[in-house]
Design a protein around this ligand. Structure first.
Ligand code: IMP
Ligand code: MG
Length: 170
């Protein structure tokens, strides 16, 4: 498969995002990174080690039903920690249409955190459906190609690739 972003570029960019978050939340008291399962786990694991602040982590699972692109969403996991009054950063692997992310934000907003921001490793040009005013940290803007690796899958495979590649088909 054709490499789109090397492991080295990813790690440099993740370090930059971590430094930026560390500066932005230096005065905060209760930062929690909430990863959207499953694609964000690799990004979150690296990102949190680039933020030298006493933070918490949690995970949330919201998925589109297989084969759909619309609003048919299913929830498979929820954050168990209390987020009321906390500074939340939702960590997403890739924003395509933003449907799953939007559902996640609605859920979290209702729990009255002090603030919500989004950190997305990748974003695709389709990402115009929702305007996420919370989108504060983006790793890379890519084209509309389907990518795998560094947490991202095709049919649950290739999440373990250390880099990001354009999926070439079977
Ligand atoms: P959205 O709700 O349309 O933003 O869908 C985003 C979700 O679709 C991501 O969290 C991924 O799970 C998946 N997705 C979208 N584009 C890709 C891709 O290029 N590779 C792997 N997964 C993708
Ligand atoms: Mg996802």
């Amino acid at each position: 498969m054709r490499e789109l972003i090397s492991a080295r570029r990813i790690s440099e960019r993740v370090r930059e995002l971590g430094a930026q978050i560390e500066r932005d939340y230096a005065d905060g008291r209760d930062l929690i990174l909430i990863g959207m399962l499953r694609g964000s786990v690799v990004f979150l694991a690296d990102l949190m080690r680039c933020i030298d602040l006493p933070l918490r982590i949690g995970f949330i699972g919201i998925h589109r039903y297989a084969g759909t692109t619309g609003g048919d969403l299913r929830m498979s996991a929820d954050v168990t920690d209390n987020v009321q009054g906390a500074d939340v950063i939702v960590v997403e692997d890739i924003i395509e249409h933003g449907t799953t992310l939007n559902a996640c934000l609605e859920l979290l907003r209702a729990r009255e955190p002090r603030s919500i921001a989004i950190a997305a490793l990748l974003s695709k040009p389709q990402c115009t459906k929702f305007e996420f005013s919370e989108l504060r940290y983006t790793g890379f803007e890519i084209g509309s190609e389907f990518v795998v690796g560094y947490g991202l899958d095709h049919d649950q495979r290739y999440r373990n690739l250390p880099n990001i590649a354009v999926y070439a088909g079977e």
